[in-house]
Design a protein around this ligand. Structure first.
Ligand code: 2P0
Length: 335
């Protein structure tokens, strides 16, 4: 007999201060704090349905229609953490079936694991009646997932404790704060990346000479400065830090042994184009950032959208260029 069913959706987030490197692989505790903007749940998102039934004989999970191994350690960590805090369904022997769908390319550097694990944990929490912070549980699925728990601008505090209880997501500013901020995504390549983030960051942490300074000095200062810039809606500073952190992150990857290259020629063309355009404009009109893949995410104030879109369309005719408005709307939602 079906006991309960819940469907939720959760958006991706686009980091402006990048998370790269773990100090604890099992609990997923980062080597540095990070900060991102969350898209709306009706833009790039994951939708997850979970059904609990007494007639199921095992837990099972499908991602974009393909059955996944639910016994994988991250799924089990998340399921166990939620079930240990359950206030519902505790008196009935049951299993769950989980179906999760992304409306964008999976594992192409568009933060699919962020919206995926955020949505999984949020939906499980609804099903099992779990209250309080659940970002630390999402973090155990995939680090960046904790930041999708909130809308607006969100930081993931690296925390100090060994058990990870203070390594949680905190909303820096809500959706309503900077409604003029938009994001343009240029999908350069929707293929699955060669080096997963999990592997890549492990190799960088072990071998890149840039990691120590980045974690100890550069990122802590940038976290402070960008929080202040967001508070003051200071796009010049926000854009400058965003592009610097993206450049540094890819430099960390390039100085990893063996080197990791997520950007391709088109990505580099976009970087040059935006730098030239900003220079010619005499101020920062838009700011690129690239995650572990070649696709560009461009933050920009609404007033600059038409001009920047025209620029991209001139240089990339026929390209998949999508614009996402980030003003006030609900973040995660039950459907
Ligand atoms: C970020 N990325 O802050 C950075 C920027 C990629 C580059 O978070 O091992 O998929 O699952 O914790 O969360 C990608 O890392 O890695 C990521 P795991 P995750 O958005």
């Amino acid at each position: 007999m079906v006991l309960a069913s819940v469907t939720c959706s959760a958006p991706v987030n686009i980091a402006v201060i990048k998370y790269w490197g773990k100090r604890d692989e099992k609990l997923i505790l980062p080597l540095n704090s990070s900060l991102s903007g969350t898209l709306h749940q009706d833009d790039l998102k994951t939708t997850t349905t979970i059904v609990a039934s007494e007639s199921f004989t095992e837990d099972a999970l499908w991602l974009n229609g393909k059955k996944e191994d639910i016994n994988a350690v991250r799924y089990q960590n998340v399921l166990n953490a939620i079930r240990s805090r359950a206030t519902k369904l505790t008196d009935k022997k049951h299993f769950v079936h989980i179906a999760s769908i992304n409306n964008f390319p999976t594992a192409a550097g568009l933060a699919s694991s962020a919206s995926g694990y955020c949505c999984l944990v949020f939906t499980l929490a609804q099903l099992y009646g779990v209250d309080g912070d659940i970002s630390a549980i999402a973090r155990m699925g995939s680090g960046s997932a904790c930041r999708s728990m909130f809308g607006g601008f969100v930081k993931w505090e690296m925390g100090q404790k060994e058990d990870g209880s203070d390594s949680v997501a905190i909303q820096v500013q809500p959706e309503q704060h900077w409604p003029e901020m938009n994001i343009i995504v240029l999908v350069v390549n929707d293929k699955k990346k060669e080096t997963s983030s999990t592997d890549g960051m492990q190799k960088s942490a072990a071998t890149s000479v840039m990691m120590k300074e980045r974690c100890a000095v550069t990122v802590p200062q940038r976290m402070k400065d960008i929080e202040e810039a967001i508070k003051n809606k200071d796009f010049e500073t926000f854009g400058d830090i965003t592009m610097k952190d993206s450049d540094d992150f890819h430099e960390v990857c390039a100085t990893t042994t063996p080197p990791i290259y997520y950007l391709n020629d088109t990505s580099r063309y976009i970087i040059n184009l935006i730098n030239r355009y900003n220079k010619a404009s005499g101020s920062i009109k838009c700011a690129y950032t690239f995650d572990a893949g070649p696709n560009a995410c461009v933050y920009l104030p609404k007033d600059n959208v038409v001009e920047v879109l025209s620029l991209f369309l001139k240089h990339f005719p026929g390209q998949d260029i999508s614009t996402y408005y980030r003003g006030p709307k609900e973040n995660i939602a039950a459907i």
